[in-house]
Design a protein around this ligand. Structure first.
Ligand SMILES: [Zn+2]
Length: 265
């Protein structure tokens, strides 16, 4: 032991302990590929950049089934992320749909009938039963009652928080954010009689101030558009999701799922 100080040995021991710990921490998520996908609109033909064609969506569902991916409820992934349960299948996928477009009711729901494919919707109440492109509260209610859909918050009217922060004084901005997050939750809970605890950030914009306000307003989790798999280390207030568009064909989808696996290797 000549030439090695006690201090160097202590350092080596803690480095080894850290390595062992890191190995243990990585061993668990390696068993899971957890991906959250986010869609917007569905139609037989593409009319805008956020629409996914029905035949594309059907072949994606088939691809998931054929390759061992299982669509699970978002609540299962949240419980797993929080360390409350570990019963996720090895390849877990979550489907979410943002904005409350009426094609969810008219096109997506009929496609999912007869399948066990849970979906979480993130909606902004100002559009519901109001904008011509959006669903009505009655339609949302029917979706929730079907047992396939969960409805969560996407703020009250889908503001761009970066623009609002530049426009308002710091105090007015904070009040504005509180108001957007509070009203949305209250309205959805009032209309659908279900608790709302999840928030999808409009345009995927979030930061530590927004996260703190969301926690303050009773949200347990937030969701971004950061295009990464969810791991136990992911930020609970900005869990990453993959934006799905018609441009993401089967090659793109395969690449995405391979990346998720590589992420754990
Ligand atoms: Zn949105």
């Amino acid at each position: 032991m000549k030439g090695i100080s006690r201090r160097a040995l202590t350092r080596l021991a803690s480095a080894l302990a850290l390595l062992t710990y890191a190995g243990g921490a990585l061993a668990d998520p390696a068993q899971h590929d957890v991906l959250i996908l986010v869609y917007h609109r569905f139609a037989a033909s593409v009319t805008d950049s956020t629409t996914v064609r029905t035949d594309t969506f059907r072949s994606q569902l088939r691809f998931f089934e054929d390759n061992g991916y299982r669509v699970v409820p978002l609540s299962d992934v949240i419980a797993w992320h929080a360390g409350r349960q570990d019963n996720l299948p090895p390849r877990a996928l979550v489907l979410s749909v943002d904005d409350g477009h009426r094609s969810v009711y008219e096109v997506l729901w009929p496609m999912l009938k007869g399948r066990s494919v849970p979906v979480t919707l993130f909606i902004y109440p100002s559009a519901i039963s109001n904008a011509s492109y959006a669903m009505t509260w009655d339609q949302l209610s029917a979706l929730v009652q079907s047992g396939t859909f969960d409805v969560e918050s996407h703020t009250e009217w889908h503001p761009n928080f970066k623009t609002e922060r530049a426009r308002l004084t710091p105090d007015a901005y904070r009040r504005f954010v509180h108001d957007q997050l509070r009203r949305s939750r209250a309205r959805i809970e009032g209309e659908l009689h279900r608790p709302v605890r999840l928030l999808a950030w409009p345009f995927g914009i979030y930061d530590t101030e927004l996260e703190a306000i969301a926690r303050d307003e009773g949200y347990t989790n937030g969701f971004s558009l950061d295009a990464k798999p969810v791991t136990p280390q992911s930020n609970a207030m900005a869990l990453p999701r993959y934006l799905m568009t018609q441009h993401c064909d089967m090659t793109c989808l395969r690449g995405m799922l391979r990346n998720a696996q590589a992420h754990h290797d």
